[in-house]
Ligand binder design. Structure first.
Ligand code: GLA
Length: 410
């Protein structure tokens, strides 16, 4: 039997933390949608690459597919524009404007279209005077830009932190944009990268960040690769003492986009991303091409049980209970006296391996006391039946794969 090294008092610490969240009534569960960046980057040449350039057609087509092929009904409601949508200069009134060639109908029309499909529109700007890709940023224009976005009918703002100048300006910009969005009176989810840009220089004050943002990036951009997914998970486990307790309804840690359905992840790695993003109570923004996606990726991304874990109303983020050689055991407290449990196999040699653990380690001894029922959610659903408190469970996990379970106390 694998020894489980340390049982952390996580659940208690999280329960004790009372944190004020941004009071805009939004993101009570982690937001879900689609965001163009990882898959489409800053493709602006629509003449030679019409299907991949960042243009209104890309978002119209994605909205069409999201409504027609079950994505909206699975919970993915935001269609989000990232960097590179703007014209290189503001208009004569100082307002941001969309690139006229790539967005000839304008953002207002695009928002109307997205809304007509029962979806919401997200847009992107930056706290500094230029975005990360060099387009006009919002510095010195926070109120005007918030009003512009609201007048267009935008429902989410991803606010990047490039080119902000000093740390004081970075913090002030994030705070001012939050207040400016609130002042518009429109419900606009506020997605921040504040702690990511702060962290190299100082420890972020998450209590403050949560008062201004609905979710926030802590770590580097996700890439379409296992090494990227692994680095995000390793970083999250290493910093869980400071970030897990802060997450909850209204404010979430954002480990960045889902890259499932692209090119870089094996099936097991895709399962790991989906399972672990559910454990981490992560916003679920896919960045892939929904017009061309495999049935397997679609099944995984639309899996109702894993989405239900991600969206659990208790709103507690999960954490790593132990790491035993190459196996990681994670859990997330859920409503209804239940826990999501993930077993991740980080060993990249030797094929599938067995991991055996005592159920007494789950939920600080409460998850399976005196007994519990265990349902496997991923990689395939399976009923493991009823176990008593003193039982052990033995699972076979593929290299870089994850087995995700739902454990309900009886
Ligand atoms: C930063 C962000 C990314 C993306 C790009 C756009 O790198 O972290 O998510 O928005 O900027 O330029």
């Amino acid at each position: 039997m694998a020894a489980v090294g340390r049982a952390l008092p996580w659940a208690l610490a999280a329960a004790a933390a009372v944190v004020l969240a941004l009071d805009n009534g939004l993101a009570r569960t982690p937001p879900m949608g689609w965001l163009h960046w990882e898959r489409f980057l800053c493709a602006t040449d629509c003449a030679t690459d019409p299907h991949r350039c960042v243009s209104e057609w890309l978002f119209v087509e994605m909205a069409d597919v999201m409504a027609a092929e079950g994505w909206r009904d699975a919970g993915y409601e935001f269609v989000c524009i990232d960097d590179c949508w703007m014209a290189p200069t503001r208009d004569e009134c100082g307002r941001l404007q969309a690139d006229p060639k790539r967005f000839p109908s304008g953002i207002r029309k695009l928002a109307d279209y997205v809304h007509s499909k029962g979806l919401k529109l997200g847009i992107y700007s930056d706290v500094g005077n230029k975005t990360c890709a060099g387009f006009p940023g919002s510095y010195n224009h926070y109120d005007l830009d918030a009003q512009t976005f609201a007048s267009w009918g935008v429902d989410l703002l991803k606010f990047d932190g490039c080119n902000s100048g000093t740390l004081e300006l970075l913090a002030e910009g994030y705070r001012r944009m939050s207040l400016a969005l609130n002042k518009t009176g429109r419900s606009i989810v506020y997605s921040c990268e504040w702690p990511f840009y702060l962290r190299p220089v100082q420890q972020p004050n998450y209590t403050e960040i949560k008062q201004y943002c609905n979710h926030w990036r802590n770590f580097f951009d996700v890439y379409d690769s296992w090494s990227s997914i692994k680095s995000i998970l390793d970083w999250t486990a290493l910093h869980q003492d400071s970030i897990v307790k802060i997450a909850g309804p209204g404010g979430w840690n954002d480990p960045d986009m889902l890259v499932i359905g692209n090119f870089g992840l094996s099936w097991d790695q895709a399962v790991t991303q989906m399972a672990m993003w559910a454990i981490m109570a992560a916003p679920l923004f896919m960045s892939n091409d929904l017009r061309h996606i495999s049935p397997e990726a679609k099944w995984l991304l639309q899996n109702k049980e894993v989405i239900a874990i991600n969206q659990d109303p208790l709103g507690k983020q999960g954490y790593q209970i132990t790491k035993d050689k190459n196996f990681e055991l994670w859990e997330r407290p859920l409503s209804g006296q239940a826990y999501a449990v993930a077993v991740l196999n980080q060993q990249e040699i030797g094929g599938p391996q067995n991991f055996t653990f005592s159920l007494t380690f789950l939920g600080n001894g409460l998850a399976c006391n005196p007994a519990c029922s265990i349902q496997q959610v991923l990689p395939a659903s399976r009923d493991w039946g009823v176990y008593s408190w003193v039982s052990s469970l033995s699972l076979e996990v593929n290299p870089t794969g994850t087995v995700l379970l739902k454990v309900v106390a009886l």
